[in-house]
Write a protein that binds this ligand. Structure first.
Ligand code: HEC
Length: 406
């Protein structure tokens, strides 16, 4: 704790002896003090973390003092472990809601992690009345939704019978499940739980943890390695919360409470493979599906190549050979494919197939429209892949329209 804090706090203590619990005593090991806990306000689990922090402090016999930090970091960089060091040295004694996998390497010298208190990760969300509870039980051709640019986009490799529908985010995905557009969706549990709290429709859905690479995480609390009493305080408080069922209740739909035995086992595994930083990165990019790291491949190179010639013959007169626009607007770049428009690939394709060329709408074949679409996507930075784009897939595509170029 910084010295600057201790003076006014000490003064307050003297003035208000009867209300001693209101005083922030540095590293308040005494049960009567405040327990300062940091939570990431940028996380979809922020609300649940706050509730947990509150209960944790009370179970430790202390007054909760929550500090909300922004875990998104600066620019492209993650919130670094060094920033945690500063938090723990200043604003808080614990950082809770930290995803930490048992296979992750050791933390840096100045940080320690408690035993895990919960498990969270990606879940398969289906309607409550769905006959399918798992991916494996879904028949060939079943449509399953994923939020754009999240880890479960890769899980379809292990389930080739399933059809992937990409949605803008967790909300759109859940709407797809509710409306029967998809049989289920693979989503980050905290984001799903946050939406349940807003909409109050948890009972309409069923959640099942997904068993795939990197899909499940332990939640731990971090504390400074020079803070000797921290682990004991945390363990005692968690034991109380477990015993009376408060742990599970507080976590709600966000995560599953971990029992004492499982927690001990998970701790024993800690300290293998990989760097914490890379784990952190994957956990965080799971939690906030905003970084454009994995742009989906929707068409083949051959389609884009043929699309280029058709575009030049039918569209470039009005939209310019380099797609920057003339009589018609630009068909590539940040303004065409801006996230604020919330346009999907299917929306733009429908415009093209129904209204273009402006002088002769609908005059091209379905094939030709599809190839032009492949070319336009490629010009906006989408990668070519093995999947052939079809007319129906283009028309129904929920993939957000974005610009991935420079
Ligand atoms: C004769 C000129 C002309 C030709 C040829 C033409 N367009 Fe257009 N296009 C326009 C104009 C003008 C608009 C704007 C229309 C509007 O906003 O109502 C437009 C709009 C669009 C849009 C919507 C852009 C946006 O940001 O909403 C797309 C996509 C598009 N054109 C694609 C094509 C494609 C693909 C072709 C070739 C098959 C083509 N256009 C041929 C004039 C043309």
């Amino acid at each position: 704790m910084p010295k600057t804090h201790s003076v006014p706090n000490a003064a307050r203590c003297v003035l208000a002896l009867a209300a001693a619990f209101a005083c922030s005593v540095a590293f308040a090991a005494s049960p009567a003090g405040e327990l300062s806990i940091c939570i990431d306000r940028a996380s979809p689990a922020a609300q649940a973390d706050a509730r947990f922090a509150d209960e944790l402090a009370r179970a430790a016999g202390a007054t909760p003092k929550l500090h909300r930090y922004d875990g998104r970091g600066r620019g492209d960089d993650d919130f670094s472990l060094h920033d945690f060091k500063k938090l723990l040295g200043g604003d808080c004694r614990f950082v809770v809601g930290f995803p930490y996998d048992e296979a992750a390497g050791p933390l840096p010298r100045y940080l320690k992690a408690t035993a895990p208190y919960a498990r969270t990760g990606f879940v398969l969300v289906t309607r409550r009345d769905s006959p399918y509870a798992t991916l494996a039980s879904m028949p060939q051709g079943t449509h399953v939704g994923v939020a754009y640019d999240t880890l479960p986009n890769h899980y379809f490799r292990h389930h080739p019978a399933l059809v992937r529908d990409i949605f803008e985010d967790e909300n759109d995905s859940l709407a797809g499940v509710a409306g029967g557009e998809v049989a289920g969706a693979m989503l980050w549990r905290a984001a799903v739980a946050a939406r349940f709290e807003r909409a109050g429709d948890r009972d309409a859905f069923r959640l099942q943890p997904i068993d795939e690479d990197g899909s499940q995480w332990n939640l731990v609390a971090l504390y400074g390695s020079d803070d000797d009493g921290a682990a004991a305080i945390f363990d005692a408080a968690i034991a109380r919360l477990r015993a009376d069922g408060r742990l599970a209740r507080t976590l709600g739909a966000y995560a599953e409470a971990v029992g004492a035995a499982a927690a001990a086992q998970a701790t024993a595994f800690a300290g293998r493979r990989a760097s914490v930083r890379s784990h952190l990165r994957s956990a965080r990019s799971c939690a906030s599906p905003k970084k454009a790291s994995k742009v989906p491949a929707l068409f083949t190179q051959a389609q884009a190549g043929e699309g280029k010639s058709i575009y030049e013959a039918k569209c470039s007169f009005c939209h310019a050979p380099d797609l920057t626009g003339r009589a018609g607007p630009a068909l590539k770049g940040k303004f065409f494919a801006s996230p604020t428009h919330k346009y999907k690939v299917g929306d733009i394709f429908t415009i093209v197939a129904q209204n273009m060329p402006a002088t002769a709408p609908g005059s091209l074949t379905q094939e030709e429209y599809v190839k032009i679409m492949a070319f336009i996507l490629q010009q906006n930075g989408y990668p070519a892949g093995e999947q052939v784009l079809t007319f129906d897939a283009a028309k129904g595509s929920k993939t957000p329209l974005r610009y991935y170029g420079q």
